[in-house]
Write a protein of this length. Structure first.
Length: 264
């Protein structure tokens, strides 16, 4: 009997949460043995009288905690250790000019690049129209991004800009023209629109099939979904985006300075 199968039998006999987590925490089973470990858990759980749903819940918990990983069509394996880096979202990050993502990656000694594809005259879906303060179906420029850190998938983003703002200007397409890749703030400033505020709403989510494929994840893996909207000085939204960050690779931190006290 191989090492993975032996570990699986041990887990099934003990049947407790500590027994489930311990072998993965110890790193006792190599990646190749992980499938045997999980099969042993599932089969022995029924034999020991443990409810099958409880065993499945334990497996899901270990996957969520990053101790196991599912591979489509192959099985469930002990997860390889992954370095989790911090991605800082700061109210001052836009003052640097250029691409915020590239600047973020530079600060952690990584090369930030991206691939993008834009679609002109995309009718705004109802939820996007509401975020942009326009009518549903109004024309927008929709741009899909795949952001890379040192050539590896780091995050995804889908952006919408109302053509009422950018139509007929050199910045209609975010990644083409004289200000390609310069970021929303700098591009908008070039046409006389001063972005003065942005709002982000983070929500936990699960990776869809498309997101998992692009980010190298399994369907259902934890991701952070960030709804971001840029506004000008009058409070008019000029861009909104849905950003997807894989939880197993990045932790997102929000940073804000404390304003100094006003003089007496």
């Amino acid at each position: 009997m191989g090492e993975g199968a032996a570990a699986g039998a041990e887990i099934g006999q003990d049947g407790g949460d500590d027994a489930l987590g311990e072998p993965a925490h110890r790193g006792a089973s190599p990646i190749g043995a992980g499938h045997g470990l999980v099969q042993g858990l599932q089969s022995r759980s029924y034999g020991a009288g443990v409810i099958g749903e409880a065993a499945d819940a334990d497996l899901e918990r270990l996957i969520v905690e990053g101790l196991l990983e599912g591979r489509t069509g192959s099985g469930t394996y002990v997860a390889q250790p992954r370095e989790r880096r911090r991605m800082v979202r700061s109210r001052h990050r836009e003052r640097r000019g250029g691409s915020p993502f590239r600047a973020d990656m530079y600060e952690i000694s990584r090369s930030g690049t991206w691939e993008a594809a834009s679609e002109v005259r995309t009718p705004a879906p109802e939820n996007i129209a509401r975020r942009l303060g326009i009518e549903s179906g109004d024309p927008t420029v929709r741009t899909s991004y795949e952001f890379l850190a040192d050539g590896k998938p780091a995050q995804l983003s889908t952006s919408w800009e109302p053509m009422a703002v950018t139509g007929g200007t050199p910045i209609l397409l975010p990644e083409m023209g004289p200000l390609a890749g310069k970021g929303v703030v700098e591009r908008m400033r070039s046409i006389g629109v001063d972005v003065e505020a942005w709002v982000e709403i983070p929500r936990p989510a699960r990776a869809t099939q498309e997101q998992a494929s692009l980010l190298g994840l399994s369907v259902g893996d934890l991701v952070l979904s960030i709804e971001r909207t840029y506004c000008d000085g009058d409070g008019r939204p000029v861009e909104t985006a849905d950003i997807i960050v894989p939880d197993r690779s990045w932790e997102v931190a929000y940073e804000s300075a404390v304003d100094p006290p006003e003089p007496d």
